[in-house]
Write a protein that binds this ligand. Structure first.
Ligand code: AHR
Length: 512
């Protein structure tokens, strides 16, 4: 991979850009054919800890300002980052969720045990109607994960009918009886989650057969065309992708991929806020595995689907640390530091770069769980550093990816090295160019000489996210400790753009 990048650099930069040149960026503004799907900026929310309950749902009688039981502050914050998609109800929870328990009068809904996440009682007060109301309030597309692990084919089939059929039918009539006359539009439909693990511990062959059976009965009603998403691989399980691609093929529109960055590995996890530079470095190394995963899973998909009709949906990703001390470990509540924002920004740049195949990505999990963009404490709410990355990066949604030629300085520690800068660029519908840049190096400013080939730059402005320490984070007492400010480090000179990226920062530039 490195060799190819190096050779590209020689070809593209020629004599004007000798190999020894560092931090030279060319944005090919006169090229670009792939659209960065807005769904790359999607989210995932599960019935887990305080994500749904407390995070979104407070109930209609709550003193916390709400609309039909859903918190107004959280809805507003997510609308401000143009949340495009929300995946629900799990996760592992999805494969033991029986949707009929979550419809009808709330006080009559049966209760269940949430066995995956702490054995707490789930009272089903947040169900299909509440979720789809949430999506309507957010203005985002729902992505429903159906139960293949412990639910029946009939159950999944009826759920699709209940939600999307507009005519006379038992399920459509039941929906009307429960207060919703018009069918909803739901495109994204997951057929099982982590079926290789919590979703049934299946083999790839067995799952592929099950998928074919379940998906057959997930019907397209009227003009509601389902985008069926098969359960894909865990991290480097290339055999899973190969088997599902071979045996399911065009019966699916998407296949998922899950990869979590765990700073110290699953045995010891690592803290969300207490880590040294060595751990920061190795955490970024771990997150960069995403590049290899996207490349290799996409290569397998190319074999069976050279037209790239099937999307690779990274529908769970993010940093997974130990839970905050003093909280229920099964609730996966973790703080979120500048490190996590940098990690998110790197991954989003990677998804953009692979947008010919990656059609969706859903960070886990929006509110109060894992790499959350929002944390709440009763009536209080804060926006995490990761939130601000989504705020900066929303400019890429549905924009045209612009190819880059980039020669980055290295960030070195204890004899190991990685590129110090990660970058991505796009052109939006109005013609504006946006470049997102991450200075991964926590110690050094990175100066980048940038050429925008094929266009003339008249004006540049920007925003930056940084802080004094890499493990700085926001608290309910100091909610704005890590936030975005105006960026003054980009200067135009002789048609070139000289950018000075502060150490450990994420920058978004707007170029007109
Ligand atoms: O996001 C937490 C859990 O991680 C999800 O429920 C599951 O799909 C994955 O293992």
């Amino acid at each position: 991979m490195k060799r190819i990048i190096l050779l590209n650099a020689i070809v593209l930069f020629g004599l004007n850009f000798p190999l020894s040149a560092q931090n030279k960026l060319v944005v090919h503004a006169d090229q670009g054919k792939e659209t960065i799907s807005k769904h790359i900026y999607g989210h995932f929310s599960e019935h887990l800890g305080r994500c749904i309950y407390g995070g979104y749902w407070v109930g209609e009688d709550s003193p916390i300002p709400n609309t039909r039981g859903i918190r107004n502050d959280v809805v507003k914050a997510l609308k401000d980052i143009q949340i495009p998609t929300l995946r629900w109800p799990g996760g592992c929870f999805a494969d033991e969720y029986h949707w009929m328990d979550g419809i009808g009068p709330r006080d009559q809904r049966p209760k269940m045990v949430n066995t995956h996440w702490g054995g707490v009682t789930e009272d089903n007060s947040f169900g299909t109607h509440e979720f789809l109301d949430l999506c309507e309030q957010l203005g985002c597309e729902p992505y429903i994960s159906g139960n293949l692990g412990s639910g029946s084919v009939e159950e999944m089939s009826k759920w699709v009918e209940y939600i999307t059929f507009d005519g006379e039918s038992p399920m459509a009539n039941l929906r009307r009886q429960n207060g919703r006359d018009k069918a909803w539009k739901v495109r994204f439909w997951g057929v099982g989650n982590e079926s290789w693990g919590c979703g049934g511990n299946m083999t790839a062959d067995f799952y592929a057969d099950q998928y074919r059976r379940y998906a057959t009965y997930c019907r397209n009603y009227g003009d509601n065309w389902l985008y069926r998403i098969a359960c894909g691989a865990n991290t480097e399980d290339y055999n899973w992708t190969e088997t599902v691609m071979k045996n399911v093929g065009g019966r699916m529109q998407g296949i998922s991929l899950h990869y979590y960055t765990v700073p110290r590995g699953w045995d010891n996890m690592g803290s969300a806020t207490q880590f040294d530079e060595a751990e920061y470095f190795s955490t970024i190394e771990r997150t960069l595995l995403m590049e290899e995963l996207l490349t290799k899973h996409a290569a397998i998909m190319d074999k069976y689907d050279p037209q790239k009709g099937i999307g690779l949906m990274v529908d769970e990703w993010g940093i997974w640390t130990a839970a905050e001390p003093g909280t229920n470990p099964a609730f996966l509540y973790q703080q979120n530091s500048l490190r996590d924002a940098i990690l998110a920004a790197i991954n989003l740049n990677l998804f953009n770069a692979h947008c010919d195949r990656v059609k969706m990505a859903n960070i886990a999990q929006t509110v109060n769980v894992l790499q959350a963009v929002i944390l709440t404490d009763k009536e209080k709410m804060l926006l995490t550093p990761t939130y601000w990355v989504y705020y900066l990066y929303k400019v890429h949604q549905d924009a045209t990816l612009l190819p880059l030629s980039f020669n980055s300085n290295k960030y070195e520690l204890n004899g190991r090295e990685m590129d110090a800068v990660s970058a991505s660029a796009s052109r939006d519908a109005s013609g504006k160019i946006h470049i997102t840049l991450v200075n991964i190096d926590p110690n050094k400013v990175q100066n980048i000489e940038t050429e925008l080939r094929g266009t003339t730059v008249k004006k540049v402005s920007g925003k930056v996210l940084t802080s004094a320490k890499i493990n700085d984070y926001n608290t309910f007492e100091k909610p704005d400790a890590v936030t975005v400010t105006d960026f003054k480090g980009a200067k135009l000179s002789g048609g070139k753009l000289n950018i000075s990226l502060p150490a450990k920062s994420v920058v978004m530039l707007e170029i007109e």
